[in-house]
Design a protein around this ligand. Structure first.
Ligand code: SAM
Length: 331
């Protein structure tokens, strides 16, 4: 078996695939209204057959986790058909199937996703107040729909985590409300530091570090730090409750040394790191169309992986990176 290990001895086992760069939201941190992010042409989007081929390829290389994201992955037409096919592959390779979604289109899909082996959902929810939801997500007020779908997911017993991007001046006032939400539903809420990309209007005044978030929360709740294992988030129990929160600190404390992930963007390019130029030269659709064999593709991926840096450069540089939008790469 060809394992995908880089020159810093990091064995890669986790692939994130962006299914589409279409989204039903226009979040201010990702694709604010008017941001004019170029759309991937339909012909460049991976078909389900191509995705299955790619997942098979990485599963053979020992990958254990596959996350589907976007854009909004549940907007892909007949998306359940993809997961049905993936469930067949999963019987052979026993990998984890995961989805990151804004939760708006979940209601009629939860049962089937579970049947097809999707074990966990990360649901993005940035506000518990309608006015802030509209402001942050640049959309209609979908708040109650998302909460109803979260409740449905909890009732169905699928594991979920809530991801919340915190922006100073907008929703840092809701940190305690999200802790209360975590307690009410016994669900893990993870607060994410706001990252700069060329499409968003990030500025340091809006940035709030996880240390400061913790301080705000600690005024009301006692937090007990948990063992970190290989988690990308710094996790805490809210003492005396069933609540649990985490902090994802891409800016104040990156987790490059244990990075084991690769990404494929919606235009089917390999991406070694969220904050690196896209390896446009490694395009899965092209390789498949040119009839590369699996072993040729793995050799190419393995060679590219040797260019992965030990850690990414200052994240604020990511504003300068071209074609590096979360909408396309997938969060
Ligand atoms: N549509 C899906 C969703 O909403 O979960 C998947 C894609 S979306 C790009 C995934 C997530 O990436 C966002 O909800 C957010 O948590 C994270 N994200 C995107 N841009 C970000 C930024 N500038 N800073 C921090 N997190 C960001």
């Amino acid at each position: 078996m060809t394992e995908l290990t880089d020159r810093f001895n990091r064995k890669h086992e986790y692939l994130r695939i962006s299914l589409t760069d279409n989204c039903n939201l226009n979040c201010i941190y990702c694709s604010p209204i008017g941001s004019c992010i170029p759309k991937t042409e339909k012909k460049d989007i991976l078909t389900y057959e191509e995705i299955i081929r790619i997942v098979n390829l990485f599963a053979v290389a020992g990958f254990k986790k596959f996350r589907f994201t976007g854009g909004e992955p549940l907007l892909r037409r007949d998306v359940l058909a993809l997961f049905e096919k993936l469930s067949e592959l999963r019987k052979k390779y026993k990998f984890e199937l995961l989805i990151t979604t804004n939760g708006i289109l979940l209601h009629d899909k939860i049962d089937k996703l579970m049947e097809y082996g999707v074990e966990r959902l990360n649901i993005s929810l940035d506000s518990l107040k309608s006015d802030n939801f509209i402001k942050i997500n640049g959309s209609k007020d979908y708040l109650q729909i998302v909460i109803d779908n979260i409740e449905q997911a909890i009732a169905a017993d699928i594991k979920i985590k809530i991801n919340t991007v915190i922006i100073r001046g907008i929703n840092e006032t809701e940190l305690i409300d999200f802790c209360d939400f975590s307690i009410k539903y016994s669900v893990n809420v993870r607060f994410i530091e706001f990252m700069p990309f060329s499409s968003n209007n990030w500025n340091k005044e809006q940035f709030i570090s996880s240390a400061e978030m913790r301080e705000i929360i600690s005024a009301k709740y006692l937090l007990k730090r948990l063992d970190q294992d290989l988690s990308t988030s710094d996790n805490y129990l809210i003492e005396g409750t069933g609540g649990m929160i985490g902090f994802i600190n891409p800016i104040s404390d990156h987790f490059c040394s244990s990075c084991n992930r690769l990404r494929i963007s919606s235009d089917s390019n390999l991406k070694l790191c969220l904050f690196s130029e896209s390896s446009g030269s490694i395009n899965f659709k092209k390789m498949i169309n040119q009839n590369y064999t699996d072993s040729q593709m793995l050799d190419i991926i393995s060679a590219a992986l040797q260019n992965k840096e030990s850690e990414h450069s200052a994240i604020t540089n990511s504003k300068l990176l071209l074609n590096n939008e979360m909408l396309n790469i997938g969060g």
